[in-house]
Design a protein around this ligand. Sequence first.
Ligand code: G
Ligand code: G
Ligand code: MN
Ligand code: NA
Length: 254
Amino acid sequence: VNLRHELHIALKESQFELYYQPLVDAVTGRICSVEALVRWRHPVRGLVSPGDFIPLAEQTGQIIPLGLWVLEQACIEIADLNTQRERALCVAVNISSLQFIRDGFLDDVRQVLAKTGLSPELLELEVTESVLLKGVGSVIDLMTTLKTLGVRVALDDFGTGFSSLSYLRDLPSHKVKLDRSFVEKIRTDRRIAAIVQSVITMAHQMGMVVVAEGIETQEQREDLARRHCDILQGYLFARPMPLAELKKLPDFLP
Ligand code: G
Ligand code: G
Ligand code: MN
Ligand code: NA
């Protein structure tokens, strides 16, 4: 099968949709934001997970139109959702490194915000350490400009790459998302727990917010809250869900 061709059709025929996973305040359990996660509703294969097509879309360059669709759709849907809410939700959108460092990305962000009316403060872009392959300087410039616009950047999957802790100092990002491989072992591996504690402490000293992903147990939740991690995300609270289900969630998750 020619998946590349199928992706092309999927883009033309709008076979993609967004799921959302809530992120909660570690102390209160209040939902503060949602992460948009793309799904491909394939006419034959059913719901295809991004792990199975994002890498291909990156290889073929189709990640550029797909990524722009995700960004715009997430802003449209959450701006609309917020009209029915007392307290606005932020939306976090995963941005492929290729998309982030491409000329024109900043213009895309500006245009999407203007077109959708979403307040820039409600948009967060999640990038991984691999953006740094392009060079730290240009990434710092881009993040600085985004910050000027009011848009925040989160470092996703933090700790899995080859980058060092010094990036916490250099990058004008707002948030670090501790990778779930750390969360998984936090109760069983004291060295992992020590790394997590150091990242939290250091990130706070840099004025950054810390998120832990992949929280699946009450023990992990309590451990991270005790270590002053600010925000939690994971199946313990909620799985990624369609927009219609997100609309039905209460403000606080138990
Ligand atoms: O939702 P799920 O756990 O299946 O996602 C698998 C991977 O796909 C994750 O690493 C996630 O960051 C990535 N991903 C999900 N949605 C998007 C998207 O819209 N753009 C990009 N670039 N990656 C995404
Ligand atoms: O790379 P990124 O952090 O964007 O990946 C997000 C992915 O993590 C999503 O595909 C989501 O389905 C998945 N995810 C979210 N919460 C959990 C969890 O508690 N456990 C596991 N195993 N995966 C999770
Ligand atoms: Mn992410
Ligand atoms: Na992650």
